[in-house]
Write a protein that binds this ligand. Sequence first.
Ligand code: GLU
Length: 287
Amino acid sequence: MTPPATTRFAPSPTGFLHLGHVVSGLYSRIMAGEAGKFLIRIEDIDTTRCTPELTQALREDLDWLGLASDELVRQQSKHLAEYHAVLENLRERGLLYPCFCTRREISGAATGEAPDGSLVYPGTCRRGSPVDRQGRDPVWRLDMQRALDVLQEVPGWHEVGHGRIVGKADAFGDIVLARRDTGVSYHLCVTHDDALEGVTTVTRGRDLYEATSVQRVLQELMGWPEPAYAHHALILDGDGHKLSKRDGAEGVRVLRQKGWTARQVLEHPLVRQALDASLPTEAYSGG
Ligand code: GLU
């Protein structure tokens, strides 16, 4: 018998809760199953975009929907020292280096596009930075080749319902693990917290599928357990693009003000459609 799963829903409060979040939250809750644990985590390290007001609003909307975490909600901005300790560990092992390049310098010299659409860093600062660049605040990059040499493989992952997926970390180049503005990064904090919270199945939208390659490298470097991954379908517009607010993706607040009940929002046709396309039939009756 498989042990009960621990899943998590990890929204970033960069705006109000919308139907895409509802899909992610419900998917995670359902994938935990009756015996499993469902956790909510607020990923608010980007303080330029995530405000206390938006965090508060997000939590209120989740409460209204009845989506409750089985344990205390973790809020990343309150745990920065833990993420810095991971950076220090990697730095001491010679796996990080400071990079002083500007965005413009990188886009001028980038060596291609990574699987997630980001630019591949050309490696300018990898073996030391030209003196004229120093004096700016650096970002800290992972030396990907060195990391893969340590691991002696490009780690893959188990995707629920699909089996083993071949990782593509080598195609990402030297990704940023500590941003200039926040001192930390999404990949760093999310992998730390998934390990810390004992998440066994990482559930999230299909838009983060490619990010898994990078996150598996960090897990292996840090000796953290390997979770399974389950990426759900996104709510799409008529042209097959991800629905954005501009296209009329309605916020939960707006629907609530219009008189919708929580149950109606949870059963919104767009939510149902995305869940039906994503859930293994045994996990969800669709009823
Ligand atoms: N905080 C991320 C977001 O809102 C999700 C992170 C994840 O699920 O891995 O897009």
